[in-house]
Design a protein around this ligand. Structure first.
Ligand code: SF4
Ligand code: SF4
Ligand code: SF4
Length: 242
């Protein structure tokens, strides 16, 4: 049995208008300001802002953000005038802050990780090794699945939680969240501008011969690298390749 149902929508509307009237910021702005801006999508939304908007509309519960953890839930609950509830385990677990690093010797420069990173924290060009700027990395792990050679790894981020160092840590986390939010916004704007530019261009032949998978040198290089990595892994494990 749920002990703490979501507030009815008319209460949310009242909260929303009061929040906007007295702070100049909407309820969604205020929820968004609490979220850690990891942009990891574990909440089931495309990023922190869409989740904040869903919470403000009363469409999403307040316990869907694992990176924000219990502290985040408590703060959103206070803002929404309700009791906190435990983190929804379907969304994942709260983990210590991590950052990604790339094994540059194994990287084949396919750029797939760049396309996946929500805050443009990965730098590199096609066919060149890539590197993560750790201060810009939110630890979202979205770059891990697309890497065809599994050369991206997560490592614990240096963080302190006690005494003055803990206070400074809190301040740094808020500063980082602001930086992540700005970088994510810039990325969305850049992608939108690119899409607009593309849609304004004359249409290309939808089936040019160089676009066929077998003829695309980039795809062929990625496939060859995947095969090499698989072969290396099976020789290490002693198992025959599937
Ligand atoms: S940090 Fe991740 S789970 Fe939390 S609101 Fe942002 S995108 Fe959703
Ligand atoms: S580098 Fe990877 S883990 Fe770090 S923000 Fe980008 S996608 Fe997320
Ligand atoms: S996805 Fe992996 S192999 Fe491709 S550029 Fe990124 S780190 Fe390198």
């Amino acid at each position: 049995m749920r002990t703490n149902p979501r507030p009815p929508k008319h209460n949310l509307r009242l909260l929303h208008s009061l929040a906007t009237r007295f702070s100049g910021r909407s309820l969604a702005d205020r929820v968004d300001a609490i979220l850690p801006q990891t942009q990891c999508r574990q909440c089931g939304y495309e990023g922190c802002r869409p989740y904040a908007e869903a919470v403000a509309r009363g469409e999403a519960d307040i316990n869907r953000c694992p990176p924000g953890g219990e502290t985040g839930i408590r703060r959103i609950a206070r803002l929404m005038g309700r009791e906190p509830i435990p983190l929804d385990p379907d969304c994942g677990q709260t983990k210590p802050k991590q950052t990604a690093w790339i094994d540059e010797n194994a990287c084949i420069g396919c750029t797939l990780c760049i396309q996946a990173c929500p805050v443009d924290a990965i730098h590199g060009a096609a066919k060149q090794m890539h590197t993560v700027i750790s201060i810009e990395c939110t630890g979202c792990e979205l770059c891990l699945p697309p890497c065809p050679v599994d050369c991206i790894h997560m490592q614990p981020a240096a963080e302190t939680s006690a005494g003055l160092a803990g206070l400074l840590g809190k301040f740094r986390r808020r500063k980082s969240a602001k930086l992540f939010q700005e970088r994510h916004q810039k990325r969305l704007q850049r992608l939108q501008a690119k899409r607009r530019q593309k849609s304004g261009r004359p249409k290309l032949d939808p089936h040019p011969s160089q676009n066929r998978a077998g003829d695309d040198p980039r795809k062929a290089a990625i496939q060859a690298a995947i095969e090499r990595t698989r072969a290396k892994k099976s020789s290490l494990s002693g198992k025959p390749r599937a």
